[in-house]
Design a binder for this molecule. Structure first.
Ligand SMILES: [Zn+2]
Ligand SMILES: [Zn+2]
Length: 282
């Protein structure tokens, strides 16, 4: 049976330059790497200057790369580390799923925060959220000191729908793909996917109106700062083994006057912090 939703989603790709989602026919492929696609010459030129010239290789060049070189390039471009060699997992499938679920539960706030910061959506490009997902891949950490350390970050990426479809097709996870294709796609919702080997957990991060519009120059500066080097910063957070690591970045919002802002109570605390700041000025 053909899944109509998936067929519909598969009909579109995206411009690597401006991230606009387009029908495949509307995109032109980079003649060198046969990989990157663009909606226009100007997008291609701008993207080449910005990042693509570092990563664009002919298929022959890519084939000649050693394993170490290609991992190095993947790390530079997407933040994916080579999977470490570990002793085989001896747990049952259920135990593994439990472990991943518990770990994700503990790190949900961290992952949601970075999912939002990594997108750094310009006000004009709100459709980005309905066409891209935040994909986070974990790997087991050798000798974890605590359950919070059980996994480490393998890599994280903002992936277009077409890339997610390609990924799960490669992994032969057709059942999951079917489920995933029917998840809501909205301009105020981030779809987050956490993967470990064959296991996948998805959840969403709701974006409120204020966050979307990024009102005021201060807010914009803050978001730009958080989006910069987000892969390395997220890796630091996970490596710290402290699921509250991300909270320090919420404190930045109000500088030294900020109280401990927890993610869930974030809005409430920020409101209080604002009142506090105002109170001090009187
Ligand atoms: Zn474009
Ligand atoms: Zn190219």
């Amino acid at each position: 049976m053909v899944d109509v939703k998936l067929v519909e989603l598969s009909a579109k790709g995206f411009c690597n330059g401006c991230l606009a989602t387009k029908l495949w026919d509307e995109l032109k492929i980079c003649s060198r790497c046969r990989n990157a696609r663009y909606c226009s010459k100007s997008c291609q030129k701008a993207h080449w200057k910005k990042t693509h010239k570092q990563f664009c290789k002919t298929p022959e060049q890519a084939k000649r790369e050693s394993d170490a070189e290609s991992w190095n390039n993947v790390y530079k471009e997407f933040g994916h580390k080579q999977t470490s060699m570990l002793t085989p997992v001896t747990e049952s499938l259920d135990e593994q799923v439990d472990r991943l679920e518990n770990w994700v539960e503990e790190w949900k706030s961290t992952l949601s925060s970075w999912a939002f910061w990594s997108f750094n959506i310009p006000a004009s490009r709100e459709d980005v959220l309905s066409n891209f997902s935040f994909v986070f891949e974990v790997q087991r950490r050798a000798e974890p000191p605590s359950p919070a350390h059980y996994f480490e970050m393998h890599g994280a990426e903002i992936m277009h729908t077409s890339e997610v479809i390609w990924l799960f097709e490669q992994l032969k996870r057709h059942e999951y793909l079917k489920h995933w294709s029917h998840l809501p796609r909205r301009n105020d919702l981030i779809q987050i996917i956490v993967m470990w080997k064959g296991h996948v957990i998805d959840f969403t991060r709701q974006i409120n109106d204020r966050e979307l519009r990024k009102k005021g120059p201060d807010a914009r500066l803050l978001y730009d700062a958080l989006a910069k080097d987000w892969i390395d910063e997220l890796r630091k957070a996970i490596d710290s083994g402290n699921p509250d690591y991300h909270k320090q970045f919420y404190n930045v919002t109000f500088g030294e006057t900020a109280m401990d802002v927890s993610f869930r109570a974030g809005v409430e605390s920020m409101r209080k912090a604002t009142e506090q700041i105002r109170g001090q000025k009187v």
